[in-house]
Design a protein around this ligand. Structure first.
Ligand SMILES: Cc1ncc(COP(=O)(O)O)c(C=O)c1O
Length: 293
């Protein structure tokens, strides 16, 4: 349990340790929920509109009705929760569950979806990892590794990620890199993945079965703006020995260089990763403008 946190459940803000949801909440019973995690910059939510849009897409894909939830009300509630934070930057987790019901499987007959906002101090990886790179361990998964659900849905059912991260950490790695049975590289347990080979930035397409990462999209936009050659292409585990650089991305980490994946070692941060990392960090300063927000 995080000691420092504030939680807003359907409009009631409490310190994290006092926050409670019913055991009959479908999120608890079945992982029947969707979520987003974002960070603040200068205490303001970063890329909220992109996160909001994905949250609504995920809910729609799971037929969680959000008709009664006004996005601007949710945003105002997020601001009210953030106003309680007496620390610097925050991470914000927004969860929408199908709500409360009998512990029966049917997804119909529920009242209102429930929303929960959790605000905690932002915990980014150790700065040394940005300077020296992190370590990934590959983790084999079936292609539809979320029980056949579309991987673009950011659902609260995270068991594969939990197991993959446990496997990586047991081996001393920082993050798991999910690989399908054909040896295709998908994404990290909670991150998207980029390689550099021969001066070209490469990342797997969404269609391989990955989340539409918001940081991934920003990195692609940045690469195009900076003139870094870029291609969306299926990557295979056999591409690792010839790769020059690698990095992972997520809303909390930003761009994090990778120095090792299993037995393969890379320069970290390599020259292209460095350009993207610095460009991304710089862009955050101006990111609260509507064009990037
Ligand atoms: C499976 C998966 N892929 C990628 C990401 C990174 O996505 P984003 O950049 O939108 O935070 C996450 C973040 O939680 C994730 O869970």
């Amino acid at each position: 349990m995080t000691l420092k946190s504030w939680v807003n459940i359907d409009g009631v803000i409490t310190p994290g340790e006092a926050a409670r949801v019913s055991v009959f909440d479908r999120g608890f019973l079945f992982g029947d929920a969707v979520y987003e995690v974002l960070r603040t910059v200068d205490q303001a939510p970063l890329f909220w509109e992109a996160h909001r849009a994905r949250l609504w897409r995920s809910a729609r894909a799971l037929c969680i009705p959000l008709d009664a939830l006004d996005p601007s009300h949710l945003y105002a509630q997020m601001q009210a929760t953030l106003a309680q934070a007496d620390w610097g930057e925050s991470s914000i987790r927004v969860i929408i569950t199908r709500g409360e019901g009998e512990p029966a499987w049917g997804a119909g007959g529920f009242g209102q979806a429930r929303w929960i906002i959790i605000v905690e101090p932002l915990r980014r990886p150790d700065p040394a990892l940005y300077a020296q790179g992190c370590v990934l361990k590959t983790f084999g998964v079936a292609r539809g590794d979320r029980g056949g659900l579309d991987p673009r849905i950011k659902s609260s059912n995270k068991l594969v990620a939990v197991m993959a991260i446990a496997d990586a950490q047991a081996a001393g790695a920082h993050e798991a890199l999910r690989v399908d049975p054909l040896g295709r590289i998908l994404e990290g347990a909670t991150s998207t993945f980029f390689l550099v080979r021969g001066g070209v930035l490469l990342t797997p397409p969404i269609a391989v079965g990955i989340l539409e990462g918001i940081t991934r999209a920003k990195v692609i936009e940045l690469a195009q703006r900076l003139g870094v050659p870029f291609e969306e292409v299926e990557l295979h585990i056999d591409d690792l020995p010839s790769a020059d650089e690698a990095f992972i991305c997520s809303s909390i980490r930003g761009v994090l260089p990778v120095r090792q994946i299993d037995q393969y070692v890379f320069s970290a941060p390599g020259p292209i990763c460095r350009v993207i990392l610095e460009g991304y960090e710089r862009s955050l300063r101006g990111a609260l403008s509507p064009s990037l927000g």
